[in-house]
Design a binder for this molecule. Sequence first.
Ligand code: DX5
Ligand code: ZN
Length: 223
Amino acid sequence: MTTDPFNSITPQIAASILSADFSRLGAEIENVLTGGADFLHLDVMDGNFVPNISFGPPIIRNIRPATAAYFDAHLMIVDPLRYAPAMVKAGAQNITFHIEVVEDAVKTAGEIRKLGCRVGITLNPATPVERIWAVLDHVDVVLVMSVVPGFGGQHFMPATLPKAEAIKKRLRADQRLEMDGGLHADTIRMARDAGVDWFVVGSAIFDKPDRAAAIAELRTKLS
Ligand code: DX5
Ligand code: ZN
């Protein structure tokens, strides 16, 4: 799909490329998008905020011309304002940063929005939902982490569902609620029932031989 997910009110499945085969990233992206993924979730990790290093602007720049799909960047880095400009220049269209790494989330959101992109806030499972109330009006998307960030293939944490419900109650119609981590055929319905609009799925798509079938099964759980 090449549509802007903000233009839709139907559930959206975002393929997290962290779980892709990086030796064939272009083919992997083509495969999951033709297989029905709505857009791409780009997990940027700095080895500091999370104990893993993934990729940055060079990868984003290289895959940008390969697809018209929406690029939703999840910055798991300690200095989002330092690197957001390069991510947007490389082709990221939404920049989501962690509430845990900033002093003033409203200021950070405003600076990111000046780059001409959408802006999102995200919080770790252990972070109380109250931490994001002050920035809620200043973002386009709220990403609820349903795993401790850093790796794909982890187990879904149902304890994060009440946070999603509480946030959903406070969102405007033009804002979106996204969930990320451990989503697969047996957990995605719980997230939908909690009010989630966008579903980030990594290993439950890329680890499957038939990605189209995996995505189709996820869609049936969302209907
Ligand atoms: C984890 C990332 C997630 C992860 C999702 O830090 O933010 O986007 O790649 O992968 P799965 O769906 O395998 O949990
Ligand atoms: Zn992510």
